[in-house]
Design a protein around this ligand. Sequence first.
Ligand code: PMT
Length: 408
Amino acid sequence: MSVPLKSMSSEKKCVVLGVTGGIAAYKACEILRLLQKQGMDVFVVMTGNACRFVAPLTFETLSGHPVAVDTFERPATWEVEHISLAKRADLFLIAPATANIIGKMACGIADDMLSTTVMATRAPVMIAPAMNTGMWENPATQQNIATLIARGVHVVAPATGHLACGDSGAGKLEDVAVIAQRALDVLRARRDMEGLRVMVTAGPSREALDPVRYVSNRSSGKMGYAIARAAAQRGAQVTLLSGPVSIAAPQGVRLVRFTTTQELLDRAMECAPEQDILIQAAAPADYRAKEIAPQKIKKRGGEELVLRLIENPDVAATLGRAKREGQVFVGFAAETNDVTAHARDKLVRKSLDMIVANDVTKPGAGFDVDTNIVTLITREGERELPLMTKEEAAEHILTRALELRLAR
Ligand code: PMT
């Protein structure tokens, strides 16, 4: 164990390969070899159970590096081992990933070398699950997978076939060549936002009427979360200001919550000065109750109820007035008519560099759907994009925002 954990060449990308305890553990040897053939330096972390299926010596021999299993074994040449491995990774791949490690990752449990290391890493994470069909289809596993995907973890879904336990169905480790290819795709993905600080706002605000009721809108946060996730994957340091939504925060993103428009403004004013790019996809309420009833408002026996609303501050416009030289501010415009004209007006009024106009009356666009149809409007011109997923739209928005930033 005296071999120092150092890449053979600083040019080489480093993959930390996590191996968990399933019959498919032996296939991780082949994945390791395929990654090495593509010039990757691979370090292996095994769980205790994985060592029952394949001896660590096999991975040590193949990788040319010590295999990490025990959190408390600390060879003299290493710093804190799980942190050092976590930092070294350009990609953290767990293959095979059992239901157990998936559950731990989803819940934030770090109780062995692999779970602590993957929790500490800021590198992209990919998992290739393999397990019995019943375990894979169990709602707990499916919910954990959805949580990990929402956080930006890449999942290579298992194949369907004959399983080692005798069952047939989904749960078989995907073909090793496919896993290695997906890993390479992620490693070669662009990291063009490294060194940039990006603030994204997402979701609705809620304005209380009384202790149990509020005024809000249908924003799910999907658009803003997709932007935050994509920016983090492209290497930016991301702060996500989120209203009340039910989706998990992307991995590696600093999450700041708000409820009301005033809270969004307060948090945004604190964060904005240090940002390079601000993207405001949130849907803050324009009005709030003039007075919040201290007790639940009662029915009035058929009489009309009049709610008095007063205008909220405009967050984007207020931030725009405090904009620093070099910062790029992007807003959204949720419109139902005269989309481009209204959006252009907001671009100027809110001192934005770009506005993303979406006609929220179109099917597949706007609130609470997985897709959007947007037009990117700058002072120089417009670019109309077709229907696409919010993830794809996020990539276009970031690329244009980055161009504006580089042109400064
Ligand atoms: O969250 P999803 O379900 O994925 O839906 C996505 C979305 C429809 C919410 C998103 O694509 C979108 O259009 N967000 C902006 C919603 C909105 O408030 O639009 P607006 O045209 O009213 O506001 C224009 C801009 O000013 C926006 O950047 C908004 O964040 C900002 N604003 C609005 C009101 C206010 N009081 N302060 C603001 O800063």
